[in-house]
Design a protein around this ligand. Sequence first.
Ligand code: SF4
Length: 216
Amino acid sequence: MVDLAEAKPRAKKIVQALRKQYPDTRTALNFSNPLELLVATILSAQCTDVRVNLVTSKLFKKYKTAEDFAKARISTLEREVQSTGFFRNKAKNIKACCRALVEKYHGEVPRDLDALVELPGVGRKTANVVLGAAFGIAVGVVVDTHVGRISRRLGLTGEKDAVKVERDLMQLIPRREWVDFSHRMIHHGREVCMARRPKCDECCLERWCPRIGVAS
Ligand code: SF4
């Protein structure tokens, strides 16, 4: 359990420092509409954004609507997304997800968390990414492995479970910051506060970080 009264003023400083350090928060995934972002986000599990962008640059030229993906031959789609890893699962989820979009939402991506998480292959994290980046709707804080790890090190949460981490962060971070905060923390986790050997000496958050669990 974190002491919210203690953590809140620090969280405010952390939000400010991250904003200064990473003023541009656009997602690194390329997309031109919500459907493309949804597909790219499904593909991004355990894969770099650079690789996903390489794959989707071809994929989105061929598949333009949810119906296109829903009708795709699964073996073809698997081959097309193969280099992103876990390709069988990802191809299956993209096809099933797009079939559900066609059947229930006229091929459109719903702007609603509960509807999104019902779609095959779409968890709360993916739903939050899509709502935040494609629609500008903040219903939660995206908690991936980077956000979870850094939040624990910063003492903003003591939780391991992503849903509980998100619950703590939603109490500490102002709602208007949720979307950008996630993007910035993910960026910070890739560049500075890595799982192994975080670069604390170069970190913009060092002043406010108790470095919980970090070997000195
Ligand atoms: S000071 Fe170190 S542990 Fe804390 S956020 Fe920065 S890199 Fe991570």
